[in-house]
Design a protein around this ligand. Structure first.
Ligand code: C5P
Length: 225
């Protein structure tokens, strides 16, 4: 596209899962593919933004025109996000692990028939979206979070927007059967200070383009006819 409404803006996007090590060969992880976040990074770049994509482990290639910072853990993601600031726009699409293992070890844990299975001690990971949303000199002027819900999507997403302090929430229903996690399509609600928009089911690529155009409009670009 020749329409570059986001020229001069820096956008920070998080994507993918995080992996939280247990030992050198094992980790806690989740089913995030990174597809939606990578598509958003690409769409923002296509509209002229300078884009930093901070990604957990995925099988995806860096989108064209995007600076990719690969990380493994939530703590690494938090640091990479900090290093990427300041940004005008932040879109947190990563599925950050809620907990990390405090008793991770550097040698492979042996299984033995008589010993007790190991216990994992978990502590909460930092909430990157909430930290980005907190008032301060480096707060991006637009912070967008995601909410993957299986029940009461709208009510939970409205509550999440308040709790996290972000400006927008893109909420999707990830219950079994929707095929959103790992799939190529998504059906979302966009929650803003103005209310709730129901977007039709579309591919993650189309959703990314629509969200990027919506962001451009928020930064003053006239609507595309
Ligand atoms: O709290 P919950 O994980 O449901 O919130 C999802 C949103 O918060 C997503 O935008 C996700 O990227 C972000 N998040 C984060 N850091 C965390 C947990 C979630 O940035 N530790």
């Amino acid at each position: 596209t020749l329409w570059k409404p986001l020229l001069g803006r820096h956008a920070l996007v998080t994507a993918g899962p995080t992996h939280e090590p247990i030992d050198p060969v094992r980790y806690l992880g989740n089913r995030s593919s990174g597809l939606q976040g990578y598509a958003i990074a690409e769409a923002l770049a296509a509209l002229g933004a300078r884009v930093t994509l901070v990604s957990g482990p995925t099988n995806l290639l860096a989108p064209a025109g995007v600076t990719l910072r690969r990380v493994e853990t939530a703590l690494e993601m938090e640091q990479a996000v900090r290093d990427a600031l300041p940004a005008d726009i932040a879109v947190c699409a990563a599925a950050v692990a809620d907990w990390r293992v405090t008793n991770a070890v550097t040698s492979k844990i042996k299984k033995s028939a008589d010993a007790m299975p190991p216990s994992l001690h978990l502590v909460p990971n930092p909430d990157i979206l909430a930290a980005l949303s907190a008032p301060g000199p480096h707060r991006p002027s637009l912070v967008v979070g995601f909410a993957a819900e299986t029940d009461d999507v709208e009510a939970n997403a409205i509550a999440k927007r308040k709790r996290k302090g972000c400006d927008w929430i893109v909420a999707n229903d990830v219950s079994v059967g929707t095929n959103v996690m790992g799939g190529t399509e998504n059906t979302v609600l966009l929650i803003t200070s103005d209310g709730v928009e129901h977007w039709p089911r579309m591919t993650k690529t189309d959703l990314a383009l629509r969200l990027a155009r919506r962001i451009a409009r928020r930064f003053g670009a006239p609507a595309l006819s």
